[in-house]
Design a protein around this ligand. Structure first.
Ligand SMILES: [Zn+2]
Length: 120
């Protein structure tokens, strides 16, 4: 899909340039219209080329979560991953059940599939 739109963009840009160049070379009343059409086709070609590039860059990173476990009881909490999180790092939040210190037990990338079921 990306290659097709890129090729199409190149074809549009090239043919637009040819129409523009040819329109400028002619001296009749239509030369202005041909130049306009050439510029329009060229712009369409470049739009196709750049839109293909943007689609690649717009891919969002997979969501990541951090699993925090209480040091004393078996309370577990999953929150959004924050910069600087790593496994076995002591976090500032305390356990809501027993007020003990909590440690990061794991950092996971959330997948669309049902992989999470095996973990729990
Ligand atoms: Zn606890």
């Amino acid at each position: 899909m990306g290659i097709v739109s890129k090729l199409l963009g190149l074809v549009f840009a090239a043919s637009g340039f040819i129409i523009l160049w040819w329109g400028m070379g002619t001296n009749d009343a239509l030369s202005f219209i041909w130049s306009f059409i050439g510029m329009f086709v060229m712009a369409m070609g470049f739009a196709l080329l750049t839109s293909g590039r943007e689609q690649k860059e717009a891919k969002p990173p997979p969501p990541t979560v951090t699993e925090i476990k209480c040091n004393s009881c078996d309370f577990k909490e999953i929150r959004d991953f924050q910069k600087g999180d790593y496994v076995l790092k002591a976090v500032e939040t305390t356990c809501p059940k027993c007020q003990s210190a909590m440690t990061i037990e794991g950092v996971y990338i959330v997948r669309e599939e049902t992989d999470d079921k095996d973990r729990i």
